[in-house]
Design a protein around this ligand. Structure first.
Ligand SMILES: Cc1cc2nc3c(=O)[nH]c(=O)nc-3n(C[C@H](O)[C@H](O)[C@H](O)COP(=O)(O)OP(=O)(O)OC[C@H]3O[C@@H](n4cnc5c(N)ncnc54)[C@H](O)[C@@H]3O)c2cc1C
Length: 489
């Protein structure tokens, strides 16, 4: 396990990131990344502190490791894993979606089934196990890009205007393969150590060049990151944008300009069926998305906490309709938390001995997410009213002798200072209305696929036999004959 400082030092390499028309030279000190890098560093330090209960004994490496990387073998392992993930989520208020625990969970799922990958080539199974051990031993931060760039969604890779728009293998060389093309949308790629690259979107026969999965260091020559506009840079202070400045994990288009990948880093090669199946035949998708739901539970609690405090500060909390709004928020949060706990309590041990959270409840929660999170944000905005806008431009108006008297007199609540009020309402705006907050709205709707994809998971994993069985048994309790006889009576 590594310290926060060691994590920060690991980012000082030759990674190629373009922002504002320039190549970023110093990731840990760049204004776009400095805040979130410090946040992630603090997560590593938290994990090392035994008081946080995040350390477990890993049989895979024969030593102590961070429980977020655990391959769970029982409901109790799932609980320990959840507590570790929650511990990190509390530090970020669930606002870092792709911390090391997200893809780390996918990799744990892959490593639980090396024989699945060995079906492609024997070495691929060994590659998966070895890379997982490396992640656990070295506490590596892995992010992923598993979606083709949004160019033409009516077809798959082979139907695009030209070859290698989607990342694919363009050549084999001594000792490995050469990757050309692009993938989206590398959340945290700029601040991670490795990228897992694949395609979760179903491919067709003929797409073999794109039917791959592999890992590559973010600093590999030819790998370029094009992040969207960062939200931390240029903000006046943490006081004004407390979330943008500390939790903007950034998202990036990843371009592979003939990137060499050694065979040791390849998990699936030119196999359409296995490229998709790696996520679902192993526990990877279930474990990775359980991490996401555990994180969401904390985020919803944080949102509700802000809503509750705003209602109290504005003295609207005794109004029945306001309590109804707060009650709806409480229900939304409780539903997700309940689903996480239900999935854990009714986990299923798979053929590899892995405790998989029950997919009915996991995917049931995910299927609601595209409506649930936007609804929660909407309710927060409804309660906040113009208070999130009636705040001065920056903390400076609170301290400048020319302006502070006005601000302190008029931007306050009964018994609450201007500083306290502005602090809370600026926080609410950063969550619900800033560009950072707006990106989170989009994130919760899309991070696990478009809403039709998440609902498709819910559809495929519900297990309709029980529901249709109920209907069938009821339908058997009456028929046409009984109707005729009843009428005769
Ligand atoms: C903030 C954010 C962070 C992300 N981070 C990552 C990451 O770290 N790694 C990663 O790999 N990906 C990441 N993603 C990408 C994410 O996985 C994709 O956004 C997601 O898979 C949906 O693909 P898309 O955006 O191309 O939307 P599309 O698939 O193009 O869908 C957009 C809309 O088009 C319609 N539509 C398209 N196709 C169909 C269809 N077949 N049937 C019905 N309707 C259809 C629907 O209305 C749908 O909502 C992230 C996305 C966001 C927004």
């Amino acid at each position: 396990m590594r310290t926060g400082r060691q994590y920060v030092e690991s980012l000082c390499d030759e990674r190629c990131i373009y922002l504002g028309g320039e190549r970023v030279r110093d990731v840990p000190e760049h204004p776009a990344f400095r805040g979130v890098v410090r946040t992630i560093a603090s997560l590593y330090d938290m994990a090392l502190d035994p008081a946080n209960g995040m350390i477990y004994r890993s049989t895979e490496i024969g030593g102590d490791a961070n429980a977020v990387f655990m391959i769970p073998r029982s409901a109790d392992d799932l609980r320990r894993r959840r507590e570790a993930i929650s511990c990190w989520a509390r530090r970020t208020n669930g606002l870092v979606g792709r911390g090391p625990d997200h893809v780390g969970s996918f990799l744990a799922g892959f490593a639980s089934a090396p024989e699945f990958f060995a079906r492609g080539r024997r070495e691929f199974g060994e590659n998966v196990s070895r890379f997982y051990r490396q992640v656990v031993e070295q506490d590596l931060y892995v992010s992923y890009v598993i979606i083709p760039p949004q160019i033409d969604r009516s077809t798959t890779a082979q139907g695009q205007e030209e070859p290698f728009l989607q990342a694919g293998v363009c050549a084999e060389r001594d000792g490995g393969i050469v990757i050309r093309g692009a993938q989206m949308l590398g959340t945290a790629a700029a601040i991670s150590n490795y990228l897992f690259v694949s395609c979760i979107v179903p491919l067709r026969p003929g797409d073999e060049d794109y039917a791959l999965s592999f890992v590559t260091s973010v600093a590999t020559p030819g790998l370029k990151l094009y992040p969207r506009r960062p939200y931390a840079a240029g903000q006046p202070s943490v006081f004004d944008y407390p979330l943008s400045t500390q939790f903007d994990e950034t998202d990036a288009l990843v371009v592979f300009d003939d990137v060499f990948v050694p065979w040791e880093n390849v998990f699936v090669y030119r196999d359409v069926e296995m490229t998709r199946a790696q996520f679902f035949a192993t526990a990877a998708h279930v474990l990775g998305n359980t991490q996401a739901q555990i994180r969401l539970v904390t985020k919803l609690k944080f949102l509700i906490g802000i809503a509750r405090k705003i209602a109290a500060m504005n003295r609207i909390d005794a109004i029945p309709s306001v309590q109804e709004t707060l009650g709806e928020l409480a229900s939304l949060a409780a539903v997700v938390e309940g689903m996480v706990l239900a999935a854990e309590a009714s986990c299923v041990i798979d053929d590899n001995g892995v405790a998989r959270p029950n997919s009915r409840f996991l995917y049931g929660a995910m299927g609601l997410q595209a409506e649930l999170y936007p609804r929660a944000v909407h309710l927060l905005r409804q309660l906040a009213g113009g208070g999130v806008i009636q705040v001065p431009d920056s903390y400076k108006e609170l301290v400048d002798p020319e302006t502070q008297a006005d601000v302190r007199r008029y931007v306050r609540s009964t018994g609450v200072s201007a500083e306290e009020r502005i602090k809370l309402f600026k926080l609410a705006w950063d969550l619900a209305g800033s560009e950072f907050g707006s990106r989170h709205h989009q994130y919760e709707m899309f991070y696990a696929g478009a809403p039709y994809v998440s609902k498709g998971y819910a559809y495929r994993n519900y297990g309709y036999e029980e529901a249709t069985g109920l209907v069938d048994s009821f339908l058997r309790t009456y028929d046409l004959t009984s109707a005729t006889e009843a009428n005769e009576l």
